[in-house]
Design a protein around this ligand. Structure first.
Ligand code: 5GP
Length: 205
């Protein structure tokens, strides 16, 4: 009999943390190393930044197209972040789960809070910087934000750090060691997915 590649029920992982903490870098490394995950591409109305690819980094939409999807109930969650709209396409999540893949949703802390209400059974992971100094220099290095935008994001980040307490796990994204964060994330996902086998087993009795 062919063995399933992975055991347990597929899970939804919500990866959050302050802007600049390295969520994208961690997920892009994870994409290279692990194939049993579907990484949700969220939709946004913000302008494409240099180096970003449509359908890979984001689904870039006009405000009107975005609002039409909102009206049809096509987003699992959506929010306005720094003046732009962002949303998680519902169909991507359901399709990936039904094909047995774990789903990873990268989202800001405000969005994670909303998802906690919508999908409380998901696994909520908070990516934290090793220090606020490190976060500040990572945000500055981006060079895509004006000094004003930097100030807003850094002050928001300080408040977002306080929210880590309600997440299931906090993973520190150490400077220069992305693989360590990826392996921690992967380990927590595997343990949770395997535990889901027990949940199914007990529900049979
Ligand atoms: P950026 O414009 O820098 O790519 O993203 C700004 C913020 O929006 C980030 O913190 C990112 O995690 C968040 N974000 C991306 N997609 C979504 C989404 O679908 N919903 C919510 N609430 N936030 C999102």
């Amino acid at each position: 009999m062919p063995k399933p590649a992975v055991s347990g029920q597929p899970i939804i992982l919500v990866l959050s943390g302050p802007s600049g903490v390295g969520k994208d870098a961690v997920l892009s490394r994870m994409r290279e190393l692990h194939k049993d995950f579907h990484f949700i591409v969220t939709a946004t109305t913000r302008m494409k930044r240099q180096g970003e690819t449509e359908g890979k980094d984001y689904i870039f939409l006009t405000r009107r197209s975005f609002e039409k999807i909102v009206e049809s109930g096509g987003f699992l969650e959506w929010a306005e972040v720094y003046g732009n709209l962002y949303g998680v396409p519902k169909e991507q999540v359901t399709k990936a789960l039904s094909s047995g893949l774990n789903v990873v949703i990268k989202i800001d802390v405000q969005g994670a809070r909303t998802l906690k209400r919508i999908a409380p059974e998901a696994l909520f992971l908070f990516l934290a910087p090793p220090s606020m100094e490190s976060l500040s220099s990572r945000l500055r290095q981006r060079m895509t934000e004006s000094p004003e935008a930097f100030a807003v994001r850094f002050s928001t980040a300080k408040n977002e750090m306080k929210e880590s307490i309600w997440f299931d796990h906090t993973i520190v994204n150490e400077d220069g060691n992305i693989d360590s964060a990826v392996e921690k994330l992967r380990g927590i996902a595997t343990t949770t997915r395997n535990a889901n086998v027990l949940v199914d087993y007990f529900s049979l009795s």
